[in-house]
Design a protein around this ligand. Structure first.
Ligand SMILES: [Zn+2]
Ligand SMILES: [Zn+2]
Length: 288
């Protein structure tokens, strides 16, 4: 890997141990973003790849793993409610749709291929709003396309900036062909904003920097679902070695803004399977 982006071996070992010990799938973001040093012995063990990688873009099979598989959350229940998941792009980023009305949706994040996936299923879908958890390239590659196709309002913590998208770094380190089309953020949702009404629903907004300087977590209050971006994952936290990262800040924010939510709150992360606040409080090795 070029570009000096290399998580510490300790970080890699801790994260890998966690998944191996629990026989869970390794989240794709971890693979995609990590060059694995040969000196990490544990990694010679065969690993299972999580199912949410780009090869399976567009399905939601990955939600069967993790908690759903262990019976803590019913997969069927998840399917029947009003959230849909798309996974795509080089980092297997999750984009979510929240149904807010008849064929009307709010989108959370814009991974590559999300718009085409929506149109292939619902050619006449109406997307009123796009909430961006943070501007790392994997979460915004389809943002301009969302605007063009649906004319939706784009909400984000900060105006579009290549310094936030890390697109140059990503091109150098991971994908020379990667392209980000600039887009305009219509609604700046910074730390002064705590609540919003989007799609006729109440949202709480939590600013939790540390993975990036512009990370927002969006809580759909009535349904108690929290879109955590790359702040908190099932069994892990966002990496903090990218520009603008700060582990202490991230951990403080997770404790202050997420772990104090009701235990039953469902957490829908930017990569990998969903989880609950309770499950992360009890088992996440980065939070103990
Ligand atoms: Zn990120
Ligand atoms: Zn990401």
């Amino acid at each position: 890997m070029k570009g000096g982006i290399k998580p510490s071996e300790q970080y890699i070992r801790k994260k890998t141990d966690y998944f191996i010990n629990r026989k869970l799938y390794i989240p794709c973001d971890f693979f995609h973003f990590t060059s694995i040093p040969p000196s990490v012995p544990i990694l010679r063990q065969p690993l299972r790849h999580c199912d949410s990688c780009t090869r399976h873009a567009g399905n939601i099979r990955h939600t069967r793993f993790g908690l759903a598989k262990s019976g803590k959350i019913s997969y069927n229940r998840f399917c029947m409610d009003n959230i849909r998941v798309y996974t795509g792009g080089i980092a297997a980023c999750n984009g979510y749709l929240v149904i807010t009305g008849d064929n009307t949706y709010i989108a959370i994040d814009a991974p590559l291929g999300f718009v085409d996936w929506i149109l292939s299923r619902k050619p006449d879908a109406k997307i009123t709003d796009l909430l961006i958890t943070h501007q790392h390239f994997d979460h915004i590659q389809d943002a301009a396309k969302f605007k063009k196709q649906f004319g939706c309002t784009i909400h984000a913590h900060s105006p579009y900036s290549p310094e936030l998208t890390l697109e140059t770094l990503a091109r150098n380190a991971w994908d020379p062909d990667m392209h980000v089309e600039p887009f305009e953020v219509d609604d700046i949702v910074d730390e002064k904003r705590r609540t919003a009404n989007w799609g006729g629903q109440l949202w709480h907004i939590h600013f939790v920097p540390g993975h990036s300087t512009d990370s927002n977590v969006y809580h759909l209050v009535d349904e108690d679902k929290l879109f955590s971006g790359d702040v908190l994952f099932a069994g892990s936290i966002g990496r903090t070695d990218l520009p603008g990262g700060d582990e202490k800040q991230l951990l403080n924010g997770i404790h202050a803004r997420i772990l104090n939510q009701p235990a039953t709150t469902i957490v829908l992360p930017g990569h990998g399977p969903y989880t609950t606040v309770k499950h992360e409080r009890l088992t996440n090795p980065f939070l103990s």
